[in-house]
Design a protein around this ligand. Sequence first.
Ligand code: G1P
Length: 288
Amino acid sequence: MKLKKVVFPVAGHGSRFLPATKATPKEMLPIVDKPLIQYAVEEALDAGFTELIFITGKTKRAITDHFDVTLEIGVSNITEKKKKLFEEMNNIIPKNCSCIYIRQGEPLGLGHAILQAKPVLADEPFAVVLADDLIDAKPGALKQMVDFYNDDKSSLIAVQQVAKAESVHYGMIDCPEFNKGIGKISNIIEKPQPEDAPSEFGVVGRYIFSNQILDYLAKTKVGTGNEIQLTDAIKSMLGSNIVSAYVFQGTRYDCGDKLGFVKANLEYALKNKHFGDELESYLRNRLA
Ligand code: G1P
C-alpha cells in the first residue's frame, strides 16, 4: 500500500523551552524565518506524502492558522513583490494535499498522541515526523526512508549515533548488525541511563510504521515519564514484526533544546544567501 499519510504530533508542552513556549507552540519557533513545523511539513511533501495529520492541543492554534490561506492578495495597494510572497505563503500546502487536525485532549505522551490518528489512518502504513528534530539533508531524511521502504515494506526508524551520556534523551536501540546503514532492531529502550543503553544508536524523530503499530499502541501502558511511550509499543512489536533502523544521511539539530535550536539558527543563517556572508564576518570579528 502506498505511503500517503504522515502524522505530526504537535501537542507536546515544549517545557524544555519555557518561557518562549508558554503561549507559543514550540513548533512555531523559527529557524531564521521559517517555523520548525514548516520545515517538517516541507520534508514530508518532498517525500511524496499528501495527507498531513496534525495531533494538536492546547495553545497550538497558531499551527492550524499557519497552513491556512489567509494572506489577502486582492488588496489594491499591494506591491508585485509582496503579492508574490503572499502567494507563496498561501501555497505552502499544494492543492492536491490535505491537512487534518485532531486534538489530543489529554497530554498522555507521544504514543497516545499517535493513537489519536487511528480513525484517519484506517489500515494504511504511515509516517511520523517530530518537528523539533530538524534534519538538514538532501534528499530529505524522510525521502531517504520512503525510498528504502518502497523496496522493503518493514517499519523503519531513523537513528543516529549519540554520545553515551546523551542516552537519557533518546529511545536507544539494539541492532546487532548494520548493512549499508540499515539493520534489524532487536531491542529498544526509552531514555535509559548510559550504563543501560543497548548501543550508541539513538532514535531521531522520523518513523515509517506498518499499521500494526496502532494495535500495539492501544495495549501500551504508561511508561517512562508517566506517559504512553511510542518506544514501548515498538518494543512489543519486535517479536512478531521486522522493525529496521535506518542511519540517515544529514545533520540533525535537536530544536526542542535551547542550545540545539541556537546552533540550527546559526547554521541556517550562515547559509542564508542575503546575509550569510555578513553574519560570518561579524562572527569572525566577534570571536577574534
Ligand atoms: C521522543 C521519543 C524518543 C526519541 C526522541 C527523538 O522523545 O520518545 O524515543 O528518541 O523523541 O527526538 P522526546 O524528545 O519527545 O522526549
